[in-house]
Structure formats: structure tokens, C-alpha cells
Design a protein around this ligand. Structure first.
Ligand code: SAH
Length: 261
């Protein structure tokens, strides 16, 4: 597996792993999730803009041809969500580089390829409830919203959480729920979740997140310390509640911060 790290970026590594399709999504029908309600069509707001669409197309081409992530639903989502909406004004010219970018408070918006890859392994459908830990700019939450209206996201740094809430509201995202707090504890009132995505790295998988994952659900989470190396771990909980974990690629994310008691 070829891996390139971006040691100079403060944030998630340029993990140039090729996609191993067998190692990711389980067949949809093996998950035995709740059935969709035929009386409730899945229509929700997925904001669009033509601004900078050519730059987005180049970004998508890189994800497709550079990394081999050739999944039409993921590529469409990456094409449809305007990343520049979520990037600070001093980074606008870099909004469509395949690179993490600073968003203030020593945090970053993740590299587009990593966003695409992590979304891909969750294999979401419109019934799924998905929890994100680490709202940051709100971009990953907006990409998740392309697949399901049931997006819950937690940010520990209040000004970032508030800014992301405003950005999402301003651009018309109506169903994404943002909470300010310590995502280590998950969101018990909204649990269980069919999918959990963690975009900051704890030393180990937080027990509350594992508990809040529904049987048949998946969690994608970077684990390990910033300087000694992190692995992106895919956790799959079977129908009897047993969780298995396996490493899918080396990565480099900002650390998960704990709330002081
Ligand atoms: N997903 C984000 C990028 C995340 S960077 C995006 O699309 O822009 C990681 C984020 O995790 C940072 O904003 C950081 O403040 C947040 N974070 C770190 N520890 C956290 C915790 N315990 N709970 C919630 N958020 C946390």
C-alpha cells in the first residue's frame, strides 16, 4: 500500500492509499437496518452552487484517478458540495487543492480525499443516522448530508462550532444538527447511530461511541498519537453487537481534545 505523508501540514496526512474495495463496504443487505417508510419520501435540502465547479471537477478527478476511489455516488457528492463555502477567506485560493487547510484555533478542514474515503466506507443511505465527532468547518457534515438528512455533529471548540452552524445555516443546510461539547461522550440522546465518523484522533476508541453504534453499524476513526503514528480504523458491529476493528490506512489527524471536568 503506497502511502505519502504530508509532514509539513498540521493536519490529516496525504494518505495516498489505493482503495481496496473488498476491505471496505459490506453488502448493503447484510446490514438488516430499519425499512424505509414508503409514506415518507426522502427529500431534504442539499444546497448547490455553480461557483467554482470547474475547480471542483479537477478535485474530483484527482480523487478518482489519483487515488482510485471510483465510486459515482461519492464523486457526485464531492462535486456537489462547494468546499469553498467552508474554507476561511484567507484560504479561498486553495479551497480545491487536495490538501488540509487551516480553519483557525490550530484546527484544519480535512484533505478532500480523506473526506471522500471516510464517507465511502460508511456506505450511507437516507435512513441512516450518522454522528460526526469534530465538526470543524462543517464541510464533512455537509458531505454526509448528501447521503442522509440525519446528520449529527459535535464540536468541542465553541467558536468553531458556532461558525460552522452559521455557515451551514447561511447556505441552507436545514437538517444537520450541531452540538458544542466533548464528542468523546457521543450524543446519547440521539443514539443509536448507524454510522459514526471521527475526524480527530483519540488514543483509543472511546467506549461511549462504541456503545452508541447500532448493531450492524460502522465507525471510521483515526486512532493513535499525532507524533507516533495513527491508523484509520474501521469498526464494524455485527447484528449480535460484537465489534471487529481493522486498520485501513495510516493517517495523520489533529488529536481529540478532552473536556476538562
Ligand atoms: N471534520 C472537520 C475537520 C475536523 S478537524 C471539517 O470537515 O472541517 C478536527 C476537529 O475536531 C477540530 O475542529 C477540533 O476542534 C475537533 N475536536 C477535537 N476534539 C474534539 C472532541 N473531543 N469533541 C468534538 N470535537 C473535537
Amino acid at each position: 500500500m503506497a502511502v505519502a505523508f504530508c509532514w509539513f501540514c498540521p493536519e490529516p496526512a496525504l494518505a495516498a492509499a489505493k482503495i481496496d474495495k473488498k476491505s471496505t463496504a459490506a453488502p448493503k443487505d447484510s446490514r438488516q437496518k430499519k425499512q424505509s417508510d414508503p409514506n415518507q419520501p426522502f427529500v431534504w435540502n442539499r444546497p448547490r452552487s455553480k461557483e467554482r465547479e470547474n475547480e471542483r471537477a479537477q478535485m474530483v478527478n484527482r480523487i478518482r484517478w489519483g487515488y482510485g476511489l471510483d465510486e459515482s455516488n461519492i464523486l457526485k457528492a464531492m462535486q456537489d458540495v462547494p468546499r469553498h463555502w467552508f474554507v476561511p477567506s484567507n484560504q479561498q485560493s486553495r479551497a480545491y487543492l487536495d490538501s488540509p487547510l487551516p480553519i483557525g484555533f490550530d484546527q484544519t478542514i480535512s484533505q478532500p480525499y480523506i473526506v471522500a474515503y471516510m464517507t465511502h466506507v460508511l456506505d450511507l443511505d437516507p435512513n441512516d443516522r450518522v454522528l460526526e465527532i469534530g465538526t470543524g468547518s462543517g464541510y464533512q457534515a455537509a458531505v454526509l448530508n448528501e447521503f442522509t438528512p440525519h446528520v449529527f455533529t459535535i464540536e468541542i471548540i465553541r467558536p468553531l462550532g458556532e461558525r460552522a452552524t452559521e455557515t451551514l445555516k447561511k447556505h441552507g443546510y436545514q437538517s444537520i444538527r450541531v452540538k458544542i461539547g466533548d464528542g468523546y461522550k457521543g450524543w446519547p440522546e440521539a443514539a443509536p447511530f448507524d454510522a459514526i465518523i471521527v475526524t480527530c484522533a483519540p488514543d483509543d476508541i472511546p467506549a461511549p461511541l462504541l456503545e452508541q453504534l447500532r448493531p450492524g453499524g460502522k465507525m471510521i476513526i483515526p486512532v493513535g498519537s499525532r507524533w507516533q503514528g495513527q491508523e484509520l480504523i474501521l469498526v464494524e458491529k455485527n447484528e449480535s453487537g460484537k465489534a471487529t476493528r481493522r486498520s485501513v490506512m495510516p493517517v495523520r489527524f489533529v488529536p481529540l481534545i478532552r473536556e476538562k471536568d
